[in-house]
Design a protein around this ligand. Structure first.
Ligand code: NAP
Length: 337
């Protein structure tokens, strides 16, 4: 019996936040496989702030073409294979798209190794999120024990791992996030030394209070005003990891540059951009550290699951209003038993 593949296709370039009508729901039959092809049933689709960038402009990847299935990372299970490298039941990851099934030549799929972690850990702890936190902080930020590390989106998927890894490395860690509940969670459950609710508090004053010796490492996920306030308080030879600029992803005019940038000069600081794709080949090295930390209870992650592919266009908005509690994913179909 022929099966249907439900898909979200990009209908138009978003202006501001995603809106109704930016995506169109389509259904088409799952095609019969040709030689060398693999059919993947998607289990978890990752929703990421970068979806907004991919939908609107060329960046580190080309913009999604209008009419194409929306790009998205995902985890799935091989259902059929005419490719000797994959067998039914294999669990794979890749850019599987906002759809229920993905037909691949195999070259863009990675088979997930059997590791002692639940499947959702590939979304919230390992995969791109873990690599981003681990290599961004340790390679670009180079924190040393005793230094002060500040993290924005501190309760989010990447930020929450960054803060905990910085604690494991012996740093004093201050997190910025947008609600009292998230502030409480990162201090009480994740062990941050202090949290700042940037929506309620005066950020400059709060940073002065919690970082009396200045900021040695800033893991920047937001850009904008918060980056500027941090620049105003960096310590000598500070490192700023430019990982994300979510405060500007929905901007319709370019945000102004940070007026405190002169501090990079006078305090001999370094600010360096970072894209996780450059570190994919080093995944094993990262997982060898993350998994024991997680197993020992030193590194926690949480996933926030939206049910059903149909929910994706509404669910992705939660990344921009801050209502996601952890790594946001869509459960497209049940996990394999
Ligand atoms: P996330 O933190 O789980 O979710 C996004 C969070 O951003 C929201 O929960 C909200 O948290 C915060 N936010 C939304 N709008 C904001 C605004 N205008 N100002 C300040 N904060 C805002 O998402 P994630 O996947 O971990 O991504 C976090 C950042 O890392 C993003 O900038 C993303 O683009 C970046 N990233 C970069 C790479 C790379 O390779 N460079 C890879 C992955 C992710 P609050 O409640 O705290 O406001």
């Amino acid at each position: 019996m022929s099966r249907t593949n439900g898909q979200w296709r990009l209908a138009r370039r978003p202006v501001g936040n995603f809106q109704d009508g930016d995506f169109t729901w389509c259904e088409e039959p799952v095609p019969a496989l040709g030689d060398g092809q693999v059919l993947v049933r998607i289990v978890y689709l990752s929703l990421d702030p970068t979806n907004r960038i991919w939908a609107s402009q060329d960046s580190y990847l080309p913009a999604v073409k209008l009419g194409d299935v929306m790009r998205g990372g995902g985890i799935g299970v091989v259902e059929e294979s005419k490719n000797g490298a994959f067998a039914p039941g294999d669990v794979v990851q890749g850019l599987l798209g906002w759809q229920q099934f993905y037909v691949s030549s195999g070259s863009d799929l990675q088979k997930l190794p059997k590791l002692p972690v639940p499947l959702d850990a590939w979304s919230g702890l390992l995969g791109a999120i873990g690599l981003t936190a681990y290599f961004g902080l340790l390679e670009i930020g180079q924190p040393k024990a005793g230094e002060t590390v500040v993290v924005s989106t501190a309760a989010g998927a990447v930020g929450s791992l960054v803060g905990q890894i910085a604690k494991i490395k012996g740093c004093r860690v201050v997190g910025l996030t947008g609600s009292d509940e998230k502030c409480e969670w990162i201090v009480k459950d994740l062990g941050y030394d202090a949290a700042i609710n940037y929506k309620k508090e005066n950020v400059a004053e709060a940073l002065r209070k919690h970082c009396p010796k200045g900021i040695d490492v800033y893991f920047d996920n937001v850009g904008g005003d918060i980056l500027n306030e941090v620049l105003g308080q960096i310590a000598l030879r500070a490192r700023i990891v430019s990982c994300g600029m979510i405060s500007g992803y929905n901007a319709t005019t370019p945000p102004p540059g940070p007026s405190n940038i002169i501090n990079l000069l006078v305090r001999r600081g370094r600010m360096e951009g970072f894209i996780v794709l450059d570190y994919l080949s080093r995944a094993e090295e990262c997982f060898r550290e993350l998994i024991p930390w997680w197993a020992a209870g030193k590194l926690k992650y949480r996933v926030d699951i939206a049910d059903g592919l149909e929910s994706a266009p509404k669910a992705v908005l939660r990344l921009f209003d801050g209502s996601n509690a952890g790594k946001l994913i869509v459960r497209v179909s049940p996990e394999p038993s």
